[in-house]
Design a protein around this ligand. Structure first.
Ligand code: MF3
Ligand code: CO
Length: 258
């Protein structure tokens, strides 16, 4: 997710470019799926990051986040009250009941992929299970609005309404984004907004839609490491992300494992 910047022209992708984006996003999806199998009490987030890096390379992709504005790792791994941009570390060990969010970006042949999943280490508290279900369903409800002729605000509003109807809150300070030959392109894709507002969606637009949902209030803080975003009230947070192409036939989820 990126920080807020002024709107610019949205770059449309050709069908050939969308297939390039599908290829790299399928690698992201495959590696995220593989990482699920390593999530267990006792593993460090540093170890998970090394696995992610090795698997991306195995599939012929590079790490998109490493070096981006100085980010030091392949994945962002954020636990419990951490919202996004958690830096993997050998000293950070997963415990049973932790809510873990893994955000992974890749680049191949100049095209970028970006997706995120959240999951529990073994079993966890009911509120964490509900937060996971609400956040992943919020992403689905946002994607359902991602059709040609709709407004960008229809996506944002669907996500916000769904989340708030369940008693949780959407993070305001970080947003989704266009994606293509850069990790972050216009437009910003907020997880809050008004139906009927914002640019009209057109075939060839590719958006990374990524609700960040807090169990408590929406406010966040950044830790002294300059990266880790945490909830201001200490509540737990979840994050799901897909890269989605707008087509004549509706949303095409490029990062959904085929
Ligand atoms: N997936 C995030 C995003 O969508 C992570 C980028 S921050 C980075 O923008 F610096 F780690 F790359
Ligand atoms: Co993103």
């Amino acid at each position: 997710m990126k920080k807020i910047r002024p709107a610019q022209t949205i770059i449309l992708k050709s069908p050939r470019e969308i297939e390039k984006l599908r290829a790299v996003n399928q690698i992201v999806a495959t590696v995220l799926h593989e990482l699920r199998g390593y999530i267990e009490p006792g593993i460090s987030t540093g170890e998970l990051d090394r696995i992610a890096d090795g698997r991306l390379r195995f599939y012929g992709a590079g790490a998109a986040f490493k070096g981006y504005h100085g980010y030091p790792a392949t994945a962002c791994i954020s636990i419990n009250n951490e919202v996004v941009h958690g830096i993997p570390s050998n000293n950070r060990i997963l415990n049973e009941g932790d809510l873990v969010s893994i955000d992974l970006g890749a680049v191949r042949e100049g095209y970028f992929g970006d997706a995120a999943i959240s999951l529990l280490v073994c079993d966890g508290p009911d509120v964490a299970k509900k937060l996971l279900e609400v956040t992943s369903s919020a992403l689905v409800s946002g994607i359902a609005e991602a059709s040609a002729g709709a407004n960008l605000g229809d996506i944002s509003s669907a996500i916000q309404r769904f989340v708030e109807s369940k008693g949780f809150s959407v993070v305001r300070k970080f947003v989704g984004h266009g994606i293509g030959r850069a990790l972050h392109e216009p437009p910003e894709v907020p997880n809050y907004g008004k139906r009927g507002c914002g640019p009209v969606l057109k075939p060839g637009m590719v958006l990374a839609i990524e609700p960040m949902v807090n169990a408590g209030g929406y406010d966040v803080q950044i830790l002294d490491d300059g990266w880790t975003v945490v909830t201001a009230d200490g509540s737990i947070s979840a994050h799901f992300e897909h890269t989605v192409a707008i087509t004549q036939h509706g949303p095409d989820i490029l990062s959904e494992l085929k």
